[in-house]
Design a protein around this ligand. Structure first.
Ligand code: FPP
Length: 236
C-alpha cells in the first residue's frame, strides 16, 4: 500500500462467523474458534504491515457468557493458550497488547496470562492490539457514568464541566482514539453492543466472509474502501 493512501489509524473488528465456518464443515464450533484465532494472528500482522496504530478485536462479549458452558470454557482456554503462545511473536513484531471490558469476570488463570502478556509487551511502540473481553458497550457506558459520579462526589470535577471529551476519559477506551473503520465479518448488519459511544463517526464495512476466512487481502480491501469514503462528521 502506498504512503499517499489513507490508512485508518484505528480499526475495530467484530469477528463473526466462527460457528458457521465450523458448521459448514461438519466440525464442532470450537474448531471454528481455533481457526478464528489463526485469523486474529493474520489480521494483527496485516495491520502492523499497513501501519495501522490501533486494532480492537471483539473477542468475547458480555453476552457471550450465555453460550453453553463447554463453549465458554473452550473459548477461555483458547484465549489463554493464544496469549501464552503468541506473546513472543507480539514482542518480535513490536505489538503492544491491551484489553478492555470487565476483565475481572474472566477465569483467574486467563486474567493472569492476560496481565503477563500486557506487561511483557508494554514497552512496544508499534501496533496496539486491544482485545475486548467480557465487553459490552452499554456496560462500559454505565461504568463510565459511575466513574464520573465518583469524581463529582470526591470533588475532583464539577458536574457543569461534564462534556463529550470528559466522558470519553471515563470509558475503558480512554487511552485510544475512536475507531476510524469498523469491520464486521459474516454479513450481519449490527453493532451487537460493541463500542457504542466510540463509533459515532466510524466508517462501517461489512463483508460476507466468515471470520476464519478473513485474510490479509480482505483487510487490504476494507482499508482501500475506507480510503474512498468521504468523512464529513456531520459537516458538508
Ligand atoms: C463469533 O463467532 C466469534 C466469537 C464469539 C469469539 C471470537 C473468538 C475468536 C476469533 C477466537 C479466539 C480469539 C482470540 C483473541 C484468541 P460465532 O461463534 O458467533 O459464529 P456464528 O455466528 O457463525 O455462530
Amino acid at each position: 500500500m502506498s504512503a499517499t493512501k489513507t490508512v485508518p489509524r484505528h480499526i475495530a473488528i467484530i469477528m463473526d462467523g466462527n460457528g458457521r465456518w465450523a458448521k459448514q464443515r461438519g466440525l464442532p464450533r470450537i474448531k471454528g474458534h481455533e481457526e478464528g484465532a489463526k485469523a486474529v494472528r493474520e489480521c494483527t500482522e496485516g495491520c502492523g504491515e499497513l501501519k495501522v496504530d490501533f486494532l480492537t478485536l471483539y473477542a468475547f462479549s458480555a453476552e457471550n457468557w450465555r453460550r453453553p458452558k463447554a463453549e465458554v470454557f473452550a473459548l477461555m482456554r483458547l484465549l489463554e493458550k493464544f496469549l501464552k503462545e503468541k506473546t513472543p511473536e507480539l514482542l518480535e513484531k513490536n505489538v503492544r497488547l491491551q484489553a478492555i471490558g470487565r476483565l475481572t469476570d474472566l477465569p483467574g488463570s486467563a486474567q493472569k496470562q492476560l496481565h503477563r502478556s500486557i506487561e511483557a509487551t508494554a514497552k512496544n511502540d508499534g501496533l496496539t492490539l486491544i482485545l475486548a473481553l467480557s465487553y459490552g458497550g452499554r456496560d462500559e457506558i454505565i461504568d463510565g457514568i459511575k466513574s464520573l459520579l465518583r469524581a463529582v462526589e470526591l470533588g475532583h470535577i464539577d458536574k457543569a464541566m461534564i462534556d463529550v471529551e470528559m466522558f470519553s476519559k471515563h470509558l475503558y477506551t480512554r487511552y485510544y482514539p475512536d475507531p476510524d473503520l469498523l469491520i464486521r465479518t459474516s454479513g450481519e448488519m449490527r453493532l451487537s453492543n460493541f463500542l457504542l459511544w466510540q463509533t459515532s463517526y466510524t466508517e462501517l464495512y461489512v463483508t460476507p466472509k466468515l471470520w476464519p476466512d478473513f485474510k490479509k487481502k480482505d483487510l487490504a480491501e476494507a482499508v482501500e474502501e475506507f480510503g474512498r469514503r468521504q468523512r464529513r462528521y456531520g459537516g458538508v
